[in-house]
Design a protein around this ligand. Structure first.
Ligand SMILES: *Cc1c(COP(=O)(O)O)cnc(C)c1O
Length: 398
């Protein structure tokens, strides 16, 4: 008896996100089961041996794999169009594992400077401590990439659009340069989500997500995922994960599976509202700018339209009055919440200079476009009219 639905090649992404990866137990449950078990039993000593030496692969221990986690990984691979995926306990575990499994002492890593705070910490602080040479470039500047990648390089790490300044990297051009220098390209695709930008299509080798963001998108749990070729995932990443243990909990994998079922619907509304809010605030007297990647006045609009299907759910606002005005704006909000999270169904506003990117030096902040007046607005699922009214009244109060 077959209770599952084999994914047909002609099925669209909405269908895949509802059915993809599902395996059913003999109870034939409709929803995905939560296999809340740390390990698995063997019918015989011989079978236990065969499972451990991979002669007969199957689930043996939660740190190596779990049926619910595996459903999430399959569904993510279908969404990304990747050969394979591995889930992790958080987005940072995904970024770290994807990179750490590739490099050894003496290797070289090049990264775009506009990175999420903790990604920056890994490249700037951790890797050099372990003998890995790291270099940062302005991700928007192809000449800097060319120069940095003229030396043999093992890995490239970049984020596009970047958190929080929405800076873009030309994926195709940088992947070509990176491959010529022998590097594998890791793209942190959190802001774009797999629905709006497909880095693998532009030559990227590895894509990572904080599934905490849009994939859950309802503020419930942390999670991460790494996608790439079966060779990289099975031979390079899997041993690293198996022996270092950043594994995702089956309960959180289930939450993320349910998140994927509604991702497309949620994102459509969030992107639509984000674009309309950015457009409405274009010439607001209190703002230096309201940036949204696919709007006409965005500095890299051509690149955004080339590699993204839509600008995403994030808007960056630069208030003329610096930190004081930003704090007045945040404190005047009645609907939008102050939080460092993003991609949520609830709209969230962040002041990166004093929170998520506080650790950076004033020079680094300036180089990444993190001005004292920068507000990162993550647009949620509320009614557009309510969001516009709230942001507008808070700007008036700023
Ligand atoms: C949030 C975030 C991360 C880290 O993810 P966690 O799930 O919080 O560990 C990494 N990169 C980007 C771009 C993010 O926004």
């Amino acid at each position: 008896m077959n209770y599952t639905r084999d994914i047909r090649p002609e099925w669209g992404i909405g269908t895949r996100m509802v059915h993809g990866g599902t395996t059913r137990s003999h109870y034939a449950e409709t929803a995905e089961a939560i296999y809340l078990t740390s390990g698995d039993v063997s019918p015989s000593a011989e079978e236990a041996q065969a499972a451990f030496d991979n002669a007969k692969p199957r689930f043996v221990y939660g740190r190596f794999g779990n049926p619910t986690v595996s459903m999430f990984e399959e569904r993510m691979a279908l969404l990304e169009g990747a050969e394979a995926a591995r889930a992790t306990a958080s987005g940072m575990a995904a970024v770290f594992a994807s990179l750490a499994c590739l490099v050894k002492s003496g290797d070289r890593v090049v990264a775009a400077d506009a990175l999420f705070g903790s990604c920056n910490y890994i490249v700037q602080e951790l890797l050099p401590k372990w003998g890995v040479e790291t270099e940062f470039v302005d991700g928007r500047d192809l000449d800097q990439w060319k120069k940095a990648l003229s030396k043999p390089t093992k890995a490239v790490l970049l984020e596009t659009p970047s958190n929080p300044s929405l800076r873009l990297v030309d994926l195709k051009a940088v992947c070509d340069l990176a491959h010529a220098s022998g590097a594998q390209v890791i793209v942190d695709n959190v802001f774009a989500t797999p629905l709006l930008q497909r880095p693998l299509d532009f030559g990227a080798d590895i894509v990572v997500y904080s599934a905490t963001k849009h994939i859950d998108g309802q503020g419930r749990c942390l999670g991460g995922v790494i996608l790439g070729t079966a060779k990289y995932i099975d031979e390079t990443l899997q041993p690293f994960i198996r022996h270092t243990g950043p594994s995702l909990s089956p309960v959180n994998a289930w939450v993320l599976l349910k998140g994927l079922e509604t991702l497309e619907l949620r994102l459509q509304r969030q992107c639509d509202s984000a674009e309309k809010i950015a457009r409405a605030l274009q010439s607001h007297a209190k703002l230096n700018h309201a940036h949204y990647p696919t709007l006409e006045n965005f500095p890299q609009v051509d690149l955004a339209r080339k590699q993204m299907k839509s600008g995403g759910s994030m808007v960056s606002l630069d208030l003329k009055g610096g930190k004081e005005a930003s704090f007045r704006f945040l404190n005047a909000l009645r609907l939008v919440l102050i939080s460092n999270n993003l991609g949520d169904s609830k709209s969230l506003a962040t002041h990166p200079a004093t929170t998520t990117h506080q650790r950076l030096s004033p020079e680094q902040k300036a180089a990444q476009g993190i001005t004292p007046g920068l507000i990162r607005l993550s647009v949620g699922l509320e009614d557009l009219a309510d969001l516009l009214a709230d942001v507008t009244q808070a700007l008036d109060a700023a």
